[in-house]
Design a binder for this molecule. Structure first.
Ligand code: FMN
Length: 393
């Protein structure tokens, strides 16, 4: 038994490090290679029944990667490289509702096995089931961009790898003048220095500060940050949809962003993950396992380059994208990221004024957030992170 457990642990490790390839040979001939994209990957145990109609997921896509053609989907936890031409042909058949029985009757060799493989890896789905509203909210490019640009579900490197360093020099930080038709602008700082407490002065002083003090940030400070950035100032009677006003701007006044402080160390608050109720101005502690709290803080600690000094509080911004997609077509995910950017700059300015250490965090694992909150990522998913703590000195 111990040997089996050890084998499982080794397989998990291989999966996590993107080293596990499964070769699919239903008839003794290699037809596809399946590569796990994260450690959660596992084949579904549910086999596909021959008379059930299935269809390729609308999120599945095929692309060339190097000299291989691969099938990917933001909903699948693996990618499949097809190594034989007939398999591509079968894939085309599955882009229309088909049951295994129908395909076999039409004499398509190998389609039963392929449909079963794609079913058990979430590339095909039931054809006759209406799509839930929250999933219908996600357009193809939105879901693809979301999962491909967050940590957790990406095979291969991600983050600051400088992959083009050997091939080309970086474009310069400052663009050369674009014409000689020059207009000199007044420099406000030289001619009219801003008052210490003004927004202009704050803009000048704002910096990312990653050195935290031994004493913890207080619940009062965290509350102030959330109040000034995220609370609801007013409900607006929208013509078709409930709208809000908050101190931060948001596309269409829809305000789909939710704020979740992950508290590592905060005077007056227990360690854990909380949801901020933006109208009541209250925090609500979730029943999150300590391992998830730890993982979220450890991930942020790595991102801000201090693996042994996680942020005292990590504020996770999550998007209820279906609220935004209810109005906006084709641009919903883009708008949510723009909204998150506006929120992050507001947090930066306020944290600077309050004398706190703070930094935006560019990584963030939406898979861990989903498990920590038990939220369906199609309903609400993390899109941005901001770290705060008390400042050293
Ligand atoms: C979208 C975004 C993502 C960022 N991600 C990180 C990060 O993961 N880790 C980090 O230490 N700083 C991060 N930063 C902070 C930048 O490194 C910082 O803004 C930059 O170095 C300029 O310094 P300044 O903020 O003091 O002006 C991020 C900033 C932004 C706006």
């Amino acid at each position: 038994m111990e040997v089996v457990r050890h084998l499982h642990r080794c397989l998990e490790e291989l999966k996590r490090n993107d080293c596990l390839e499964l070769v699919w040979e239903p008839d003794g001939r290699e037809r596809a290679v399946i590569r796990a994209m994260c450690r959660e990957f596992a084949f579904s145990h549910q086999r596909l029944q021959p008379d059930v109609a299935v269809v390729l997921s609308r999120f599945a896509y095929v692309r060339r990667d190097g000299d291989a053609g691969v099938l990917e989907s933001p909903e699948a936890l693996c990618r499949i490289e097809f190594t034989c031409a007939e398999t591509w042909h079968c894939l085309g058949i599955l882009s229309r509702p088909t049951s295994i029985a129908m395909a076999v009757a039409a004499g398509q060799f190998g389609i039963a096995e392929l449909a079963d493989l794609l079913w058990r890896t979430r590339f095909v789905e039931l054809a006759d089931v209406a799509e839930p509203a929250e999933r219908a909210s996600w357009e193809f490019h939105d879901l693809l961009f979301h999962w491909r640009s967050r940590a957790g579900r990406v095979s291969g490197p991600q983050g600051g790898t400088y992959r083009h360093m050997q091939r080309a020099t970086s474009p310069p930080a400052i663009k050369p003048r674009m014409s000689d038709d020059t207009v000199l602008l007044a420099r406000p700082v030289d001619e009219d220095p801003p008052r210490e407490s003004s927004l202009e002065s704050l803009m000048e002083r704002r910096r990312s500060v990653r050195e935290q003090d031994g004493r913890a940030i207080s619940a009062e400070q965290l509350g102030r940050l959330l109040y000034r950035v995220a609370r609801v100032q007013r409900r607006l009677p929208g013509e078709y949809q409930e709208l809000l006003l908050r101190p931060i701007p948001a596309a269409g006044a829809i305000h789909e962003l939710e704020f979740y402080p992950v508290v590592g160390r905060c005077d007056g608050l227990d360690r854990g993950l909380y949801h901020y109720h933006c109208e009541l101005h209250t925090l609500h502690r979730l029943a999150t396992p300590e391992s998830d709290v730890e993982a979220l803080l450890a991930d942020a600690a790595l991102s801000w380059g201090k693996p042994d000094d996680p942020p005292q509080v990590l504020i996770i911004l999550a998007s209820r994208l279906p609220r935004l997609a209810w109005k906006y077509e084709g641009i919903a995910y883009r708008l949510t990221l723009l909204n998150a950017g506006a929120a992050i700059q507001s947090l930066y300015l306020l944290a600077t004024e309050m004398g706190l250490a703070c930094s935006a965090i560019g990584g963030g694992d939406s898979g861990v957030f989903a498990s920590a909150t038990a939220l369906d990522p199609l309903v609400e998913t993390s899109v941005a992170e901001f770290a705060v703590g008390s400042k050293r000195g």
